[in-house]
Write a protein that binds this ligand. Sequence first.
Ligand code: C2E
Ligand code: MG
Ligand code: MG
Length: 759
Amino acid sequence: MTPLFLLNAGIYLVVGIGLLLVWQRHRTQTFARDIGCSTLFAALLPLGYLTNGLAPAPWNALGLPLVVLGAVPNLLFLASGVMRLSGRRLPYGAAALIVALALSALLLPPLEMRLLCWALFNLSVLLTVGALATRWLWHAGSAVRLAGPLLIGLGLSQLPLIVYGEQGLVPNLVLATLLRASIGAVFGLSALDGALREAGKLAARFQLLTEHAQQGVAVTDGERILYANPAVRRIYGMPLGLDNHTEFAKLPPQAFNVELLQRYHRQVQDRPGTVATWEGRREVAGGRVLELRFEAWRVEWDGQPATQVLITDDTERNASARELLHQATHDKLTGLPNRTVLMQRLKEYCYLTDGALQCTLVVLNIDRFKLFNESQGLVAGDQLLVAFAGLLRDALGAGAELMRLGGDEFAVIDPDGASVRELGIRLRGACARPVRLAGGEYVVDVSMGVAIFPDHAVDAEALLRAANAAMYQAKRIPGTALALAERRYAQLTGMALENEQALRKGIRNHELYLDYQPKIDAVSGKLLGFEALARWQRPGIGLVSPVEFIAIAERTGLISELGASLLERACCQIAVWRAELGTCVPVAVNVSPMQLLDQGFPQLVERVLRETGIPPACLTLEITESAAVENLESTQIQLNHLRGLGIALAMDDFGTGFSSLSMLRELPLSTLKIDRGLISPLPAPDAVAVVTAICQLASALDLQVVAEGIETLEQAIAARDAGCHALQGYFYARPLAVADAGDWLQRQCGAGACAGCAA
Ligand code: C2E
Ligand code: MG
Ligand code: MG
């Protein structure tokens, strides 16, 4: 008996270890591990019997524990292995039941009954597992389908034990050994078959992934290309189905940089786990130039160290990224770099060169481009910009860069700061050339501001500000002009902003008021009226000239608010004087051309007259000649409306501008004010002649004449003799504060020397 037990245990050991080795090689085949373990535990059963029967006391007592230790896991692993092979897991409940029943069959019955109970239990478990395996695996494949019947057979091998008791041990052992060996072979074969199928699946997946990948996948041993997927062939423009080595040999050497590949191959082989990345432009078959990106890492290929290279064709992606960048940094109309690029370049110069190099910045602005756009249309305006950009580009030297900052504004950066003079000559030359458009030839005037880094500013923003400030200085000069930045220009620009803010605040805080300058009858010396002149007592600064702040108000649009408030103030004052003194003289209020552009201006005047309750005859409005000339038609409508209200209108500063005579006839004027520029040379004969001629003309047109800026008695006499009706100037009085003007009024009206205004 003993050799039979030992043979049984030995065969179980061999089969169990064999299955475990199969599992170790093909880890996905976990059922092989379970059946292997089951068979190894089964080997403990004959050893337990031997120990029980042959070992001397007390060692023979170890027989039963050995049997229990072998029997329970044997059945558990067997059931689990079969379940795994059929793609299932042994439920915990079933496992617990097997353990419980096995222990009861081995431990509970009396000693003589144990063998029978165990055999019966074994029989039932193996028959159940065998039946299930037959059902589940019958369709799985030729070798595997035998597993179920073999397990049933293994269960039936218990019958001799059940029928004959201990006498049935020999046939039981022989049958069980044969069946176990067969089961081991069947499961081993299944495992190998499964592993093969798994490997096939993996290979198919690999093929699917790499063959259809858009990225090139190649494997190299540093000398040869061992594998290349179709994408590699597509990228390099090689026909499919040719041998790798010959094809690569055919490629132009710059396409497949073997040296570089070898270098990176060595790098990743020396440092496993690293990924080498490089990119470059490659000329491939057909003369195409591609932008390729390579990533390489170490792999094992056919058991040998190799390098896998991933090749990505970034040509299109890079091109669209470049296109996007171009759109973001270039002007669509002219194709020139835009303000973003300008700031970037300036920053590069200012920060990177650290003042070591000079750089010239020119800001160019086309004069009256708005006018061109309005008269010729936006399409022609665009064409002009494109053509002008072309002229500038042609004129610039190699190093200089032209940009469009927006609208009609361009910029030139010349890194060679030494050539400012030459750059100026070139730009002037370009501006002087006619711009040829479909509608004809045009010559544009351009204002240019030049700032040099680091002379005028040391950072990008300040340099641009300096060039801009210089450009605005150039704007003051008629025609094409170029101004070099000076620190004071930038200060002026800064001051302008500050002044604007201060004026806004000043209007809100009622810092502005009116002074009144008397107008005297040239013959009788009576007070004929006052001119209301605006004053701004700016906190911390003092008195600011109206020439200055009226210009700011006009530029910022504050003029309508300011003009309305000054008009109200003047009318209120007239009402006060009328109430206090019972009479008043006409007060002239200056009106800015901007106010006249407002269609609602006559209604404003009407409202103010109504609210203050003063008669229109007490108010005169002074308009400047330029206002009338620039918008003659609309001014005429506005003035007719005002004249219709009964308000007197005076043409101010006559003789300084166009002095259009036809305008004097067309506008509903009542008074002409000769500018101080024509009065101050009096009594020089030529000046007298001019003033006399103006007075004669005015007389023919039935206009009153006021001479402005009378400073001396001689001027007063000459003006009077020339025919001026009224005189105004420091000789009589400077612009007076309200109280002083009131005194004048009281004195004159009290003495009856006051003209008064019709009620
Ligand atoms: P304007 O309307 O021609 O005013 C006459 C200017 O000549 C005033 O200067 C006045 O002070 C000055 N003036 C008068 N007599 C003499 C003289 O004998 N010698 C000299 N050298 N100057 C004399 P002001 O007040 O500085 O005003 C300058 C200009 O500012 C005004 O010229 C007018 O165009 C404008 N302005 C003043 N107030 C207002 C206003 O309330 N609204 C508007 N829109 N403009 C105003
Ligand atoms: Mg005036
Ligand atoms: Mg004037």
